[in-house]
Design a protein around this ligand. Structure first.
Ligand code: AHR
Length: 506
């Protein structure tokens, strides 16, 4: 049987987890908003038209921050279209996703809904077709108390208190050929820097995210960040990263090792940001806002087909159905984000409902959790505290895309609940057929005695949840294990994501 071992010692700390690592993303795309979170005719809809069956699952998922309204959508969006009396809002051609946008949901509705599900809004501004003027007006609309044109408009629209939106994305994927109003790094760096400066004049307390590369394989990856950050270092707090992974053909081994790529990409962006810091003699260190990440079967979504679809409100787009294998990869990507908790301050699972999402709905019908919902919800619930540095060792395997990769990936989080200290180990076994023996040296944490174990694993790694079978894939409880002589010996099922909680004797 393959095996791996690791040592957990509280002296070796990566850093504290910023809860915003467990963010998500709502875009005006497909059925994410309309017939996803918002459906006034649904039997569970509240007075504002939001489905409460969906809101309940969002609360249970544990997302403390939600990015909005895009994504590619934001680069053609006029935020003013989405405020004011609903009946007077314009219906527009939405060019990023070739859809009809009714603007029934806009900033006010989203911010109120986010508050109701326990999340703060992370708003993106349009730097594709718009710029400084629209951005500063939106900050004034959201965050200024009153007595000015835009803040009084918010008050007139039903929100007397300012929203206090803290985090703002300066555009979206501005290096992408698919982006409305795409720019070169020099053009974007200049515009983002100036926009940031003016937004801060309206509200000095905001946190700003500059667009990094759209993904690790972009030809300008690295040089884009260097150029943009040279222009914006003083005026922004974070640089964004985005990454989507999928299984290509039958190559499941590489797909299971997707986190190897995410790890490397984070290291490279951190190195680039720190290089700009050194060259510019800056004091502060930038954070990473990994504000789009997930498994996405992008190859199934053919852009040229968009024109053939015609124009529709809330078409079914990007409704990927996630398997056990996809859930294990999602859990593994969370392990990577946690491992970089010293620099990754914000991360957003893209997206939240229906569109490459952990939550699915049928219009007028049911809501259910995808397989990927579970590792996210459990990591968000238990992955809070201090991340400890681990150096796992053990058996490895060969992948076509990433070469030699470890069978085990793991991270440990020490929860600082004063009366009940707990260690949480999140671990993935990438072996597709064999269980993996895991040996954990816990002598540095003498109080821990018992381990409870939840796993996402299945005899069928392609099993999925559907409306008809919503709980086909859900976490399984494995046998408790005792810590013996400061060591835990346990077994991770084949192709599995695992949460092992260690606490004092009950
Ligand atoms: O999340 C789907 C899309 O992926 C977003 O709109 C865009 O930012 C990215 O390319």
């Amino acid at each position: 049987m393959p095996s791996a071992n690791l040592t957990v010692d509280p002296a070796f700390r990566v850093g504290r987890v910023d809860p915003r690592l467990y963010g998500s993303f709502v875009e005006h795309l497909g059925r994410c908003v309309y017939t996803g979170l918002y459906e006034p005719d649904h039997e569970t809809a509240d007075k504002d038209g939001f489905r409460q069956d969906v809101a309940d699952l969002v609360r249970d998922l544990g997302v403390p921050i939600i990015r909005y309204p895009g994504g590619n959508f934001v680069s053609g969006y006029n935020w003013e279209d989405g405020v004011g009396p609903a009946g007077q809002r314009p219906t527009r051609l939405e060019l990023a996703w070739h859809s009809i946008e009714t603007n029934r949901v806009g900033t006010d509705e989203f911010v109120r809904w986010a508050g109701g599900v326990g999340a703060e809004p992370l708003l993106a501004i349009n730097l594709g077709t718009r710029g400084i003027e629209a951005a500063r007006n939106l900050v004034e609309y959201c965050n200024h108390p009153g007595g000015t044109y835009w803040s009084d408009l918010r008050r007139a629209n039903g929100s007397p208190q300012p929203y206090g939106v803290k985090v703002w994305c300066l555009g979206n994927e501005m290096d992408g050929s698919w982006q409305i109003g795409r720019q070169t790094a020099a053009e974007y760096g200049r515009l983002a820097g100036e926009t940031a400066r003016v937004m801060r004049l309206v509200d000095p307390g905001i946190e700003l995210v500059a667009c990094g590369s759209s993904h690790h394989q972009m030809p300008t990856f690295g040089s884009w960040e260097a150029t943009v950050l040279a222009e914006t270092y003083d005026t922004v707090d974070h640089v964004s990263m985005h990454a989507y992974y999928q299984q290509h053909g039958a190559d499941r081994g590489s797909f299971l090792a997707s986190a190897v790529d995410m790890d490397r990409a984070i290291d490279e962006v951190v190195a680039t940001a720190d290089h700009v810091r050194a060259v510019g003699r800056h004091r502060k260190r930038l954070g990473i806002s990994f504000d789009e990440w997930n498994v996405w079967y992008l190859s199934r979504f053919q852009t040229p087909e968009q024109a053939e679809r015609g124009w529709a409100v809330a078409p079914r787009l990007l409704e990927d159905v996630y398997s056990v294998t996809d859930a294990v990869v999602v859990g593994n990507l969370l392990i990577t984000l946690l491992r970089h908790a010293d620099r990754v301050r914000i991360a957003c699972l893209a997206q939240l409902v229906n569109v490459i999402a952990p939550i699915m709905t049928e219009p007028g019908g049911a809501v259910w959790r995808q397989a990927s919902y579970h590792p996210f919800a459990l990591t968000s619930r238990y992955g809070r505290g201090t991340v400890l540095r681990l150096e796992p060792a053990g058996d490895r395997y060969e992948t076509a895309e990433y070469g030699d990769a470890p069978l085990l990936d793991a991270v440990a989080v020490l929860a600082d609940e004063p009366d009940a200290p707990e260690l949480r180990i999140f671990a993935v076994n990438r072996h597709q057929r064999e269980p993996l023996t895991l040996d954990v040296d816990l002598r540095g944490l003498p109080g821990l005695a018992v381990a409870s174990h939840l796993a996402i694993a299945d005899d069928d790694p392609d099993a999925v949840n559907t409306a008809a079978e919503p709980d086909r894939v859900s976490p399984r409880r494995l046998a408790d294990r005792a810590v013996d002589g400061g060591r835990l010996r346990t077994v991770l099922p084949p192709l599995s994501w695992n949460l092992i909680r260690l606490g004092a004797p009950g």
